[in-house]
Design a protein around this ligand. Structure first.
Ligand code: NAD
Ligand code: UFG
Length: 340
């Protein structure tokens, strides 16, 4: 069993990954500045797992804080979630994105090198493929030109890590390219807790269903897809969390830098999501069609064969579980973590 430093571990994907790590017997140290999360998520992870987490409030842009973490704790590997993720915001305040996501990552990698910790799992995104390749997207396709600054930060960090592993054979790095993470832990104790108006489809749908928002705007219905609305590869956050454990096991045995797509390989349209959500959960989600959102592609889904073959990972939860668990979390926590 290993000691794992989880940056951004209080967030949506990080908190679910902490559950899986603790359940698998690992020790977890979370380093998070709480700019988009609260410690309540970690308290709930501790209740769910009946295990303790070491929590350090800190910022990945602060070299000294990170150096202290590595000096004070024996760390075997790092899972790096910390960063900003709002695509629209990244167009308005690009420097904040380059600072947190790129400079913050460089600072973390320097601290790792200093402490001789070379095993890393990095949260990347399907956005690194750009919008020119047809789906299914494969890791053998060249990365493209992301159409927003957030996407650029992911691409830059991926490229930096590839160069790092080329220059120093001690590094062992997994680039996990997530597709669309949704759902929540089946207990409904932890889930996605967006601040303000949600940018992403699933939290918007659940907030309409609970009556917090009037109706869903479906961005475009003239795409070349099954019903004209955008198609994406939704992946249950617990399956995504599990992929981090599989990647960690793979990386603890091997060196180099390698990318894996983490999606189910199935695409669903916005309308299919809204309709299935209503059917499964027996709740209304009123909607209207509105204009296409700038930067959106018609269709994006994964070829996940490499992850299946090499990581021994398999997504176990289908669309119904994703929609049921998202709704369960929203119902149990109408105000997110703020309701407690
Ligand atoms: P999240 O915002 O819930 O979690 C990110 C966490 O990082 C938060 O707890 C936040 O407080 C922390 N953080 C941000 N900047 C920090 C800094 N400078 N120092 C320390 N902590 C900092 O987001 P998430 O959905 O859990 O995403 C986790 C990672 O996965 C991110 O890197 C994100 O870009 C990536 N990703 C997410 C999606 C998605 O749709 N959710 C898709 C692809 C990739
Ligand atoms: N959509 C709506 N209405 C909404 C929100 C979204 O119709 O209110 C549609 C979008 O147009 C798209 C689909 O729902 O067709 C999914 O949109 P999301 O915003 O949930 O997700 P994206 O596919 O745009 O983006 C996600 C992550 C990014 C990541 C990208 C590629 O949010 O971080 O996948 O991996 F970069």
């Amino acid at each position: 069993m290993a000691n794992i430093l989880v940056t951004g571990g209080a967030g949506f994907i990080g908190s679910h990954t902490c559950v899986e790590l603790l359940d698998a017997g690992h020790d977890v140290i979370v380093f998070d500045n709480l700019c988009n999360s609260s410690v309540e998520s970690l308290q709930r992870v501790e209740q769910l797992t009946q295990k303790n987490i070491i929590f350090i409030e800190g910022d990945i842009r602060k070299q000294q804080q990170l150096d202290e973490v590595f000096q004070q704790h024996q760390i075997d590997a790092v899972i790096h979630f910390a960063g900003l993720k709002a695509v629209g915001e990244s167009q308005k305040i690009p420097l904040a994105y380059f600072d947190n996501n790129v400079a913050g990552s460089t600072t973390l990698f320097k601290a790792m090198e200093k402490a001789q910790v070379f095993t890393l799992v990095f949260s990347s995104s399907a956005t690194v493929y750009g919008d020119t390749h047809p789906s299914p997207l494969k890791e053998t396709m060249p990365t493209g030109m992301p159409n927003n600054n957030y996407g650029y930060t992911k691409l830059i960090v991926e490229q930096m890590l590839e160069k790092l592993a080329e220059a120093d054979a001690r590094w062992s790095i997994a680039l996990l390219r997530y597709f669309n993470p949704v759902g929540a832990h089946e207990s409904g104790e932890i889930g996605e807790d967006p601040q303000g108006i949600p940018n992403n489809l699933m939290p918007y749908v659940t907030q309409v269903a609970i009556g917090k928002r009037e109706k869903l705007s479906i961005f475009g219905h003239d795409y070349d897809t099954v019903d004209g609305t955008g198609v994406r590869d939704y992946i249950h956050v617990v399956d995504l969390a599990d992929a981090h454990l599989c990647a960690l096991n793979n990386r603890l045995k091997d060196t180099g830098c390698r990318a894996w797509n983490i999606g189910t390989g199935n695409g669903f349209s916005v309308l299919q999501i809204r309709n299935t959500f209503q059917d499964i959960n027996q709740v209304d989600v009123p909607f209207e069609y509105s204009a296409r959102r700038e930067g959106d592609v018609a269709t994006c889904f994964a070829d996940n064969q490499r992850a299946l073959d090499e990581l021994g990972w398999q997504p176990k939860r289908g669309l119904k579980e994703m929609l049921k668990d998202s709704w369960n979390w929203q119902k149990k926590n109408p105000q997110g973590y703020r309701s407690t």
